[in-house]
Design a protein around this ligand. Structure first.
Ligand code: DC
Length: 228
């Protein structure tokens, strides 16, 4: 039996478990996982390395034409982000990128370029994409929309632990400060700010485990697939 495929859009604040959930859900359903935040991070890395002035639209446009972002699944079954043919999966998670990614993501030209690419990736459906504007702007027609949220301290601890697993010790106060700054910029920017789509289901991950999050999403996805 050939099942119909859907688009699953997962939006929400930084460090709420969006990508961990999205990756696992994609694996279970045999769907493609796209981390749209990684695309904004890759653009930010390019801008930092090439000293692009965010206030100079011509420079930004020229830089965007030089940027090619792609994803490949590696031997460990992990999706890696490539910038102009080179894996930047580790580099885009560094603090210097995390500190600049929200300002870069406010630029209209950057968003237009990313949204166009994201829509191409989703044209055949069978995709789980996480980000800030996936259910509102990129795929307003997505069959399943989720909005994830969690308590600030829980989010900060989770992010700090992720970094510790990579042997990077970051002060909890610095993690909280970075998350708060990004929340503020992401929710108040003029271009497609982070907001819950009217037809999105909220998942508060403060008191639930990753497995429970994944179960909830899979159950909702199956109902949508069956109803098609
Ligand atoms: O998901 P993340 O924390 O890796 O995302 C990094 C930043 O990218 C986030 O602070 C805002 C921006 N972003 C965005 O503006 N739109 C998206 N769809 C995804 C991320």
């Amino acid at each position: 039996m050939k099942l119909n495929k859907i688009i699953i859009a997962i939006d929400g604040y930084s460090a709420c478990g969006k990508s961990t959930t999205a990756k696992e859900v994609a694996k279970i359903l045999g769907y493609r996982y796209i981390d749209s935040g990684a695309m904004y991070r890759a653009v930010t890395l390019y801008f930092l390395d090439h000293h692009i002035a965010l206030t100079n639209p011509k420079e930004v446009d020229r830089a965007l034409q030089q940027i090619n972002i792609s994803f490949k699944v590696n031997a460990k079954n992990i999706t890696e982000t490539f910038l102009n043919g080179l894996s930047v999966e580790q580099e885009i998670r560094q603090m210097r990128v995390s500190e600049q990614v929200s300002p870069v993501s406010t630029l209209k030209a950057v968003r237009e370029a990313m949204v166009a690419q994201q829509r191409k990736l989703g044209k055949d459906k069978g995709i789980v994409m996480d980000g800030r504007d996936i259910g509102t702007v990129v795929f307003p027609q997505a069959e399943l929309k989720l909005f994830m949220t969690a308590d600030m301290l829980v989010r900060a601890f989770r992010r700090q632990r992720e970094w510790l697993e990579q042997d990077r010790l970051v002060d909890l106060d610095d993690v909280i400060e970075n998350i708060k700054k990004r929340d503020l910029i992401d929710t108040t920017r003029a271009e497609s700010p982070l907001r819950q789509a009217g037809d999105a289901t909220v998942i508060d991950t403060t008191h639930i485990t990753i497995d429970e999050q994944v179960d909830q999403v899979i159950r909702m996805a199956i109902s949508k697939i069956i109803a098609l």
